[in-house]
Design a protein around this ligand. Structure first.
Ligand code: HEC
Length: 176
């Protein structure tokens, strides 16, 4: 479940509990103290569950194989056409553009969701022609840039979907 779905599910659970407890048209104010306390406890539990769900959803990092090799390959040719000239073959920068991997990901983007980095590339890059590729092409080029950074390929295709990108965190390379 996505974060948003979890939150919605928790809200529905809480609302259902209130309606069920309310029965035939009771209002919250007409309930006994025990009934009210029970409902509040149930709502608290639903909220705690939603919070736990969010933590669980943010456990994925860029080091977990979050793009496929095929995708990085597609991204490489996009990079060659649209990014290379300014950021260099290895993403370390040229006089026309800064480095975009290494310390940039380790420091500037440390502990932020990959959605922020993807969003920057999508809506700021290529400089002078932002938003000029498809969302899938931006996902592919992001995958390739992550491969330049040393993040491994895996079974999951990096989607152009903010609900998923929000749950993938940019962290330092884990100790082996
Ligand atoms: C015409 C040169 C040019 C091209 C082409 C270009 N960039 Fe950039 N890029 C820059 C410059 C310059 C900056 C620094 C910010 C600014 O001036 O807008 C930048 C910034 C960035 C950043 C942010 C770095 C940071 O420190 O936050 C990323 C990521 C990035 N570019 C990725 C890309 C990708 C991926 C492509 C290809 C789709 C691309 N750029 C194409 C010039 C370029």
């Amino acid at each position: 479940m996505t974060k948003r779905n979890r939150r919605v599910a928790a809200a529905i659970t809480a609302a259902t509990i209130v309606m069920t407890a309310g029965g035939s048209g009771w209002a919250f104010s007409e309930m006994t103290d025990e009934e009210r306390a029970a409902i509040e406890a149930a709502q608290e539990a639903a909220r705690a569950e939603a919070d736990a769900g969010e933590e669980e959803a943010t456990e994925m990092t860029i080091w977990d194989g979050i793009y496929t090799e095929e995708q990085a390959l597609a991204g490489r040719s996009i990079y060659g056409q649209s990014c290379n000239a300014c950021h260099g073959v290895r993403g370390r920068g040229t006089p026309g553009g800064p480095g975009i991997i290494g310390n940039v990901l380790d420091d500037k983007y440390f502990d932020v969701p990959l959605s922020a980095y993807y969003d920057y590339i999508h809506y700021q890059m290529p400089k002078g022609q932002p938003n000029s590729l498809t969302s899938e092409q931006y996902a592919d080029v992001t995958a390739f840039v992550l491969s330049l950074h040393g993040a491994p390929a895996g079974d999951m295709e990096l989607p152009a979907d903010y609900d998923v990108l929000d749950t993938i965190i940019i962290t330092h390379k884990p100790e082996e």
